[in-house]
Design a protein around this ligand. Structure first.
Ligand code: DP6
Length: 321
């Protein structure tokens, strides 16, 4: 039996950066994000009793080594829940540049969780799909949910999941500064931040406070505060990362120039705020109705240095299905 699922990446407004349990992927803090309507990942899982090992195909090429091992570890979780041992064939197609800091692991594990759960006969509620996706990659638990989602840090495996959070209709403009894979994975960088950055504990306290502020701003439909907290939260995360030894710096000179561009846009009355994940790409957050105006303004802003084909307009997208 083959099950196919589609999931989209999400971009956090309050970031997840740090685990208190590496095996269960329980985060140090809660986070809040927008699931987008661009760059879907489509994954098919076929359970086949004749297979002696799982088979993985990523974008048409057979996967081996640690990416494949991570999938098998994940499928083992699904098999344990389903009480089955049959191996599976996984075929996944990504339309987001893998490893470029555009959250491909989020859409990847969200799609895999939904497809694998169905293929193995598990009938999971949204909350349990979110918990399952979390075990593949923390941020994937938020891509189970459409639109804006809050991932509750929770107390344990049962209470750490994402759910919908109501607020203003937001959109994003993704500035693709560099679409090649990053040198240090977010998983490794997260661990290094915790073990070597003197700012790690400061980050955790700040992120907790930012999440509360963000929830209040969502409830109040206050886009200015949502944006201001988003921008500051991202820079705080990057500050903690830059404090690692040996250091890790994801932001490129052009990334910084794009944070400056957000400030220039705001001076013209256009409410746009910048954020960046574990890579040099910058994502602008704004009201959904302003997405085209923000994109046009960035194209027109010469100092931003972004050609139109590297500025991608995005809106709230569906949860994994
Ligand atoms: C910077 O979810 O990729 O995008 O749980 O180790 O797989 P693992 O990490 P991952 O980290 C995402 C980090 C981030 C921030 C965020 O999406 O909240």
């Amino acid at each position: 039996m083959t099950s196919t699922a589609v999931a989209h990446p999400n971009i956090a407004l309050v970031k997840y950066w740090g685990k208190r349990d590496d095996a269960l992927i329980l985060p140090d803090t809660g986070s809040l994000s927008l699931t987008l309507d661009v760059f879907p990942t489509t994954t098919s899982v076929t359970v086949d009793d004749a297979l002696t090992a799982d088979e993985m195909v990523f974008d048409g090429a057979v996967a081996t080594g640690s990416p494949a091992a991570r999938i098998t570890t994940f499928l083992d979780l699904v098999r344990a829940q389903a009480g089955r041992s049959a191996r599976a064939r996984v075929d996944t197609r990504n339309s987001v540049p893998t490893g470029a800091g555009l959250a491909s692991s989020a859409s990847g594990f969200a799609a895999l969780a939904v497809a694998a759960a169905d293929a193995y006969g598990l009938d999971l509620a949204e909350k349990d799909l979110s918990r399952l996706a979390r075990r593949g990659s923390g941020s994937a638990c938020r891509s189970i949910i459409g639109g804006t989602a809050i991932w509750h840090a929770g107390l344990d495996d049962a209470t750490s999941y994402a759910e919908h959070v109501s607020g203003p209709d937001l959109g994003m403009v993704i500035a693709v500064v560099d679409a090649t894979a990053k040198a240090v994975s977010s998983r490794e960088a997260m661990q290094r931040t915790k073990s070597t950055s003197p700012y790690a504990s400061g980050w955790v306290h700040a992120a907790e406070a930012d999440l509360l502020l963000m929830q209040q701003a969502f409830a109040a439909d206050d886009v200015s505060t949502i944006g201001a907290v988003t921008e500051s939260n991202a820079l705080r995360m990057h500050a903690a990362i830059m404090g690692c030894r040996p250091p890790i710096r994801y932001l490129a000179p052009q990334s910084i120039a794009l944070f400056d561009a957000a400030e220039r846009l705001r001076r013209t009355g256009l409410e746009a705020y910048a954020t960046a994940d574990a890579g040099p790409n910058v994502v602008f957050v704004c009201r959904a109705a302003d997405v085209d105006a923000v994109r046009d303004a960035l194209i027109a802003d010469e100092a931003a240095g972004m050609p139109a084909d590297r500025l991608i307009a995005a809106h709230a997208g569906p949860g994994a299905h």
